[in-house]
Design a binder for this molecule. Structure first.
Ligand code: NAD
Ligand code: DAU
Length: 354
């Protein structure tokens, strides 16, 4: 087990990064520095539950900013860097890929260069514990047909500007491991859901629109399949890898919860009916809309490696996790308003050409 006491998390004001911080701060001897630019997807409202913890610090920095990143890393002197900061929404990468190339590729490149210089400045004992952990996605593998699963050896075949930028950053991380001996691990995870997810993503979008009695947009026929994982289960997996993962390895993380998009939307409608009864079924609001360009048909993760080697298992089933998520959004409409009021109207994204 790595002796990690000080962790830098990038992207900790976002959905998964904030879940990782909650997990790490629940361990009494870990200090966290959150580095986040606070884009449209990053908000201090997301960090309120831990922002006053004495073992937590925050710096508003763009990961592309060489000087600010170098200063933050050198001054905090971390034992590990958990790199989540990214542009994360596929539809936005279709409308405008520039920021995806900047943050996901050049930002990761900048972090790797800084991390390597910092790592080389450490003594042998601290070097032996250091880890740069890069959080990636199953979308780098492209689309599956009806059968099969993504494993750690599946070749990369990304389809969208988002997944291509993530694939590029994964390759950069591997190159820094192989060429410069920076101790790195890459994890590739399936679709997350849960509290604090920006309401542009399918599950919170459908909840928000249903609550407001608006049409529920389902792309194409709704038959694309995603493998859903509750965000706290992902955070637990990432923290397990942080302490016990083997340098140089990659780990696939998934929920073993394959559902078509239409199944997901039906389930949300039916759970909402139990929680907030409506005269007519919420399903009546479903509207089939033009498909996403380059829409991957199916993602499904084989997560045997992390289960067998690190003993990680997801705790939530899709039904229990979805119920918790819907209840959270119903109870936290203020958070939804706060994070959407400036930059997001709920309109369709991803139909423009770059
Ligand atoms: P998110 O969009 O909710 O949060 C991203 C965070 O990164 C935000 O707080 C944002 O302000 C910050 N950020 C963006 N650009 C930045 C920059 N240039 N400098 C500093 N901070 C910046 O994303 P998420 O869903 O929490 O995803 C986190 C990571 O996990 C991403 O790398 C994503 O590719 C990966 N991932 C996400 C999922 C998913 O289902 N959401 C699944 C697998 C992997
Ligand atoms: O697989 C992991 C990836 O999951 C992460 O790397 C990404 O950061 C994350 O955004 C997510 O990507 P998806 O494109 O799968 O997520 P999204 O919520 O945008 O869409 C999920 C599915 O629902 C997808 O097949 C498109 C469909 N969809 C989405 C929206 C927003 C709809 O049918 N209607 C919608 O309004």
């Amino acid at each position: 087990m790595r002796a990690i006491k000080k962790v830098i998390i990038t992207g900790g004001a976002g959905f998964i990064g904030s879940a990782c911080i909650r997990n790490l701060l629940s361990r009494e001897d870990v200090e966290v520095l959150n580095i986040d630019k606070l884009t449209y997807a990053g908000h201090l409202e997301t960090t309120e539950s831990f922002s006053k913890n004495p073992r937590y610090r925050f710096l508003q920095i763009d990961i592309c900013d060489k000087n600010a990143i170098a200063k933050a890393v050198n001054e905090f002197s971390p034992d590990a860097i958990l790199h989540l900061a990214a542009e994360s929404h596929v539809d936005r990468s279709i409308d405008g890929p520039d920021q995806f190339i900047e943050t996901n590729i050049l930002g990761t490149y900048n972090l790797l260069k800084t991390a390597l210089r910092y790592y080389q400045s450490l003594d042998a004992k601290r070097q032996s514990q250091f880890l740069f952990q890069h959080i990636s996605t199953d979308e780098v593998f492209g689309s599956l047909g009806q059968d099969g699963y993504f494993t750690e050896t599946t070749p990369y075949q990304p389809s969208s500007p988002y997944s291509a930028s993530k694939a590029c950053s994964d390759h950069l991380v591997r190159a820094w491991l192989t060429t410069f001996k920076l101790p790195t691990i890459v994890t590739n995870c399936s679709n997350n859901y849960g509290p604090y997810q920006f309401p542009e993503k399918l599950i919170p979008l459908i909840i928000s629109k249903a609550v407001n009695q608006e049409p529920l947009p389902v792309y194409g026929k709704g038959d694309n399949v995603r493998d859903w994982l509750y965000v706290d289960d992902h955070a637990a997996a990432l923290v397990e890898v942080l302490f016990r993962g083997v340098v140089g390895e990659t780990y696939n993380i998934g929920g073993k919860n394959e559902k078509t998009n239409l199944e997901v939307v039906h389930l949300i409608c039916d759970l909402l009916q139990e929680l907030v009864p409506n005269k007519s079924s919420y399903r009546d609001l479903i509207t089939f809309v033009e498909d996403r360009p380059g829409h991957d048909l199916r993602y499904a993760i084989d997560c045997q490696k992390i289960q067998n080697e690190l003993g990680w298992q997801p705790k939530e089933t899709f039904e229990t996790g979805l119920k918790r998520t819907i209840s959270w959004y119903l109870d936290n409409q203020n958070w939804v308003r706060a994070v959407t009021e400036q930059d997001y109207s709920g309109d369709r994204l991803g139909l423009k050409t770059a």
